[in-house]
Structures are given as structure tokens and as C-alpha cells.
Design a protein around this ligand. Sequence first.
Ligand code: NAP
Length: 288
Amino acid sequence: MIQGTTKLLGVIGHPVEHSLSPVMHNAAIRHLGVDYVYLPFPIRPEDLATAVHGFAAIGLVGFNITIPHKQAIFPLLTTISETAQAIGAVNTVWHTPTGWSGTNTDVDGFLAPLKELNINWPGKQAMILGNGGAARAVVAGCALLGMNPITVVGRSHEKLLAFQTSWQTSPLTVSIQISTWAELPKLLSQADLVVNTTPVGMHPQVDHSPIDPSLFSNLKPGVVAYDLIYTPRPTKFLQLAQAQGATILDGLEMLVQQGAKALEIWLNQPIPVDIMRQSLLEHSDHRG
Ligand code: NAP
């Protein structure tokens, strides 16, 4: 029940209508019986500072951040975690007596299903497809696992170089190699983990795969194929990898676990991750 004492949480973005965060956070809030509500706030880039100052004025407890504010929020924060600094993006903010603090829980989300696998990750080789925002959390996660080298595959050599350079001042020790898609056939057989961070294969382009179907036979035995996409489950990329014997992971668990980590920061109590996961599954069933 929303009442006079109800405390506010939310997500800011532009657009934000598509966000699944209100579904899973409010499911957890209901289950816990805590006096909170989680709302979507569509905020235009030019209104970001006004909105965040307003959030402090109305006593908002914390919020998630999605595109396009993940970098723009930096100057509005008084403390930023080492992880968020390394990634260069913040997705979770909470209010403190001295101002707003921020971190990035996408790394926790990305790592959670990998840690469930019985694999000794240090020294294993990672291949990351794409060099956008999500790839940064994935690189940080692979570095935290001790994977080496981490090869990032992209379309533009300049963007790849800028991506690689940006990690040189990172608090994380990251060994990044960069590669264009043309070099993928010869590199694929060395990777122990292949992560798709491109949107290729996302609904409605469900028949597309970021890697040409003819190349899947190059996958290393025992490889883990991980797609950050969560609609559809599994993607074409994961179906083709599984047909070669790969262990597959889709993006739903990352989405759930980054949310659970954020809620844990705000509520400071154990979070019902199963309830959050179930709420998303039911929501996608409902929407067909
Ligand atoms: P982004 O910043 O726009 O980056 C997308 C990357 O994919 C860019 O490097 C882009 O290359 C590359 N790319 C786009 N189309 C491509 C194509 N046709 N062929 C090859 N490469 C292509 O997006 P993002 O925020 O990183 O998100 C990427 C994906 O991850 C989305 O599907 C998103 O839903 C998913 N995601 C999932 C979670 C989760 O919790 N599961 C979290 C975050 C993101 P250029 O740089 O050359 O343009």
C-alpha cells in the first residue's frame, strides 16, 4: 500500500518506458513487505541536474540509471565506487548525508551466473563481441575473474583503440587485446568464454547471430557462450553455440542480479532474488 510514509526508489532514463526494473523491484518490495515504491522517471538529458537536485529535495532514497545518463551523472555525485570509475558508467545511486553516491552493479550481475559454473577462471581467455557500454562492465567482470587476455571485437578500429586506451588509467588490471570482426575466425578457437554484447539477435531480429553460423565449429571444447540479450531466450547465437556443446548463459540472470544488488544497497537487507526473477518471467509470458 502506498501511504504517507512510503519511501521512493526509481529508475531514470530517456526513454524509460521499456524498463523492466519497476516490475522486478516492486515484486521484491511487495514480497518483503517494506514501505517503498519503485517508479520510472523519464528525464531528458538537459533536465538531469534539476531532476537529481529535486530527488534530494523530496527525499528519494536511491535510483537506477539507464541510457543516456550513465556517464552524465558523474559530476552530480559526491562519491563514485572504484568499479564505476573503472567502467566509466554508474547504474545505481543512493542518497547519503553528504550527497549522492554511485556505483555500477552490472558487473555483479554479469559475474553472478559465471561464478555458479564450476570453472577456474584465472588465466582463461575471454572474447567480447562489441565495444559499447555493456562491454565495459563485461571487461571489468572478466578482469576481476583474472581472465587473460581479454579480446574485444569491434567494427571500428578507432573505437577499439579508444576503448583499449581508456583502460590504461583504470584501477583494475586489465589486459585488453583488440580485434576487428575479420580476425574472428582465427581467434575464436582460443576463447574459453565468448560474450555477445552487441544487440545482434535481439527481438525482433531473432534469426541473426553476431558470429556467422559457419564459424561455430571453431569454438573451443568446453567454451561458455554468454549473451547479454534477454529477449529472446535463448538467442540464435546461444542456440548455435549449444549445438556445438557449449555451456550457454542468457542475459536474464544478469538483469535480475544487477537489480538485486542495487536493491540490497538501498534496503540493506537480504533480497528475494527468486521473486525478482519470477516476476520477469511472468511479465514476459504475459506480454507474449
Ligand atoms: P551500445 O553501447 O549501443 O553498444 C553496442 C555495441 O554493439 C557497439 O560496440 C556496436 O558497435 C555493436 N554493434 C551494434 N550493432 C552491431 C552489428 N550489427 N554488428 C556488429 N556490432 C554491432 O549498447 P549496450 O548498452 O552496450 O547494450 C548492448 C546489448 O547488451 C543490448 O542488447 C542490451 O540489451 C544488452 N544489455 C543487457 C544487459 C543485461 O542486464 N542483461 C545489460 C546491459 C546491456 P559500434 O561501436 O561499431 O557501433
